[in-house]
Design a protein around this ligand. Structure first.
Ligand SMILES: [Zn+2]
Length: 339
């Protein structure tokens, strides 16, 4: 079979299985696999792989096995049910180059339900698009990769090298699922991650640092607020300082060979804010969970050092600044940038 014929047969196989692919995607999206609740997704992938004859490796992730590896991020939630599932295809005689196909099944929280047009875990197809939490990021990609392998088989072709189909968790946070596959020994000549990023092939990706600002103020009754120190107001100034750091880092990104054409590759996000105990008390505390991106080659210790000047600035500009210096603390981790 020449290349054009093979291509045509694969495309026909994709088309003839597309309804089944769509149904499987819907079942997968319907599983509310937020952080810590990915088990049923991993069960489903394990079943899909076994039914297709892959050799399935399904294991519990023990953070102790990973804690000394580069790229490890600390875990604060119950990890007793955390698993990785890998299905392996082995040709009878190995030739050519091996491949890893990797998808993550964890999804971020759905947010306010009232803002959804349809329930987040009851996927529907509207105007040619599937709507549901995780449909785009990235359950449709994972199932598409599985059905792409099916299409190759149905076209009467057989890959001539090893393929590892991997379903991981923790992609939206520490990346420990992907790290666990490396610790387990999985390697290949290439890895393809079918995340739908504007429909483009992406060869370089930002890393992520999560950190928590812990601001402590001086609590007094509101009638003498001027003698206290308001932790929430101080946190506001720290956020502002970090936004300025974000501008500086985006300027720096203009000299990066992969990111120089992008308008705003470094994004800082204060994602969760908690603080204070009473509307009439000057708040003694404020914690802000934040995320900022880094580019390949930026090491996390260097980046953390760069936070310090940002934290010093508010002292000069506000009398509300707390008596104790804010701390930047855990969970702090860095998901490595790649290129
Ligand atoms: Zn994703």
């Amino acid at each position: 079979m020449n290349l054009d014929d093979a291509r045509q047969k694969i495309l026909e196989a994709v088309d003839s299985n597309f309804d089944a692919q769509l149904a499987t995607t819907m079942d997968f999206v319907a599983i509310p696999s937020t952080r810590g609740a990915e088990g049923p997704c991993q069960d489903m992938i394990g079943d899909l792989l076994r039914r297709r004859g892959y050799e399935v490796d399904d294991w519990h992730i023990d953070p102790n096995d990973l804690k000394d590896l580069r790229g490890f991020g600390p875990i604060e939630h119950d990890f007793s049910k955390a698993r990785t599932v890998v299905g392996t295809y082995r040709p009878t005689r190995e030739a050519g180059r091996s491949l890893i196909l990797q998808g993550h099944c964890d999804v971020v929280p759905a947010g306010p339900l009232a803002m959804w047009e349809s329930p987040p875990f009851s996927p529907v197809v509207r105007h040619g698009r599937m709507c549901g939490r995780g449909a785009c990021d990235m359950k449709s990609g994972t199932i598409a990769a599985l059905y792409a392998l099916d299409a190759i088989k149905h076209a009467g072709l057989k890959p001539t090298a090893r393929i590892h189909f991997q379903s991981v968790i923790e992609e939206e946070s520490t990346g420990l699922g992907a790290l666990s596959t490396l610790q387990r020994g999985y390697r290949a000549d290439a890895c393809f991650i079918p995340e739908p990023t504007s429909g483009k092939m992406v060869r370089s990706q930002v890393g992520v640092i999560w950190f928590r600002l812990k601001v402590r103020g001086h609590p007094v009754h509101v009638f003498e607020a001027g003698s206290g120190s308001n932790a929430i107001t101080a946190a506001y100034h720290l956020i502002h300082a970090l936004q300025k750091l974000e501008v500086e880092w985006n300027d720096r990104a203009r000299s990066d060979r992969h990111f120089k054409t992008l308008v705003h590759p470094i994004n800082f996000n204060p994602g969760i804010i908690k603080g204070g105990d009473w509307a009439s008390s000057v708040p003694a505390w404020c914690d802000v969970d934040c995320r900022i991106a880094i580019l390949p080659g930026w090491s996390s210790p260097t980046v953390k050092m760069k936070f310090s000047p940002a934290f010093r600035r508010p002292r000069a500009i506000t009398t509300f600044y707390p008596t104790t210096r804010p701390r930047c603390s855990g969970p702090v981790f860095c998901r490595k940038a790649m290129s």
